[in-house]
Design a protein around this ligand. Sequence first.
Ligand code: SAH
Length: 255
Amino acid sequence: MWLGIISLFPEIFDALSYGITGRAISSGLVTIAHFNPRDFTQDKHRRVDDRPYGGGAGMVMKVEPLEKAIAAAKNLHPTASVIYMNPQGQTLTQEIVQKLAQRSALLFLNGRYEGIDERIATYVDEEYSIGDYVISGGELASMVTLDAIIRCLPGALGDENSAKQDSFTEHRLDYPHYTRPECINGITVPKVLQSGDHKAIERWRLKQALGRTWQRRPDLFVKHPLTIEEQTLLNEFILENVPTAGDLLQTKRKD
Ligand code: SAH
């Protein structure tokens, strides 16, 4: 997969050279190409921003260096969709990430300052936000998106199954994980995980994943209703986790 990046601060993306994303880059699974708008300026001050028409706070990124950077990237990969990371865009979800991961080339446009001159919109194919808050530049938002996309590429993760079980992949949260030691601070690893019975483990994990989603993100069930088998497992979870009269009494005594 080819990933083009238009940014005034390409060094920020060096942080992708660790772990899973780092391996994907060094193995050639993804190729990252940088286009710095400053390299496409013609004036002696190499200006990429200017004051906003109408006055007010902050600076605005100019159109010309950006359109030249887009043209240079498109020259290499004419089919690359231009993605502008923008708090006003559609909120990124795992579903969107999985769709993006199927493309062969993407070009990420990163804003700075107050944002980009509105007229750049004619070059933009898609706009995504990483959430309802504002950060100082598109770079971290792009890196979040790139990392999420790279994890989805076949061969990026050591174990192909780990992406399948990840939160949101199947419209539910991940199940709880445990590692050695068996008992710590009086909390023991659930017995079933030490049973070696793979079917029972799989059933327990699915039940916990459904239970967690019900407890923490019931909205995910509204969009993606459960199968009968999943509903049965969730009912079991709810019954197993309903506080008993004894539990309630204990809580009360602590108060
Ligand atoms: N004035 C703009 C914010 C500019 S922040 C507004 O209020 O809409 C500068 C740049 O950071 C933006 O151009 C965008 O590329 C990036 N950015 C900030 N918050 C973001 C978010 N939540 N998601 C994606 N990109 C974001």
